[in-house]
Write a protein that binds this ligand. Sequence first.
Ligand code: GGG
Length: 325
Amino acid sequence: MSETIAVIPGDGIGREVVPAAVRVLDALDLGLSFVMGEAGDDTLSDTGEALPDRTVELVEDSDATLFGAAGETAADVILPLRAAVDSFANVRPARAYPGVDAVKPETDLVFIRENTEGVYSGIESEIAPGITTLTRVVTDDASRRIARFGFDYAVERDDPVTVAHKANVMRATDGQFVESVADVAEKRGAEYETALMDALAMQLIMHPEEYGVVVCPNLAGDMLSDLAAGLVGGLGLLPSANIGAENALFEPVHGSAPDIAGEGIANPTATVLSTAMMLEHLGYDDAGAQVRTAVEKTLEQGPHTPDLGGSASTEDVASAIIERL
Ligand code: GGG
């Protein structure tokens, strides 16, 4: 039976890069069916809800979801969508490619970001005029779960593991994170190092080649992966997977990029690479590898969108990838 993929372009350039990536998926002729869902700023204006129940049901009932980007309504769209697939791990690979000018061509990192809690728990309030608070939630269960996932992932890649934290300041929350990770590591005899996340940001810029898998609390994973995008040629290159036990959602790391939205020049690479992650997750390993190879050839030989110094359109790049499948 063919898989059903929920497709939610979202806002801004999501509406350009997602259709381009669906064209690539279609060209593989795997018999996948696509069901379209609405979410985001325009959906809020049109329907009064940024994420209608129908879209959430679509995601829950599909075998996987391809999402584009969220704009102003990000907190009401991405976080509930990631929750709809029960995703606990956000996997964000950041690597340099031949043919793309990279600040650090030796970069080959994977951020394993805790996806359910931290400062993205959504517990924020204004307790008095001009005084706002945010509750940072870190639990033993979620910390152990992301540690197990990160250690397993590192074994597959044969990579060292670095655990980012700030337990010297956030003693209770990151103290818990570090303690839970340490216990998981001890039980399975896994080797790893810990790093204060601010110092790690500098080290990643100076010596990315010394790192492999970086296990992070939620916000640190969001920020450090964007930092790594800067090392390899920009956010147009970073795909991601939100993995749950039974379902998963795939999306480019970038947001809606309102500055270039509507111009047809957004780089579709991150979204197409997200579909490669999706195909591999669904068991289509050969098709996933085919997409990666076609993307790599296109990055090496062109055409390139303006973010990579070229003048090609989103559609030109998608067509070049399809020709190389
Ligand atoms: N496609 C990812 C996206 O829309 N990113 C914008 C954003 O606000 N991201 C926050 C996050 O990834 O948690």
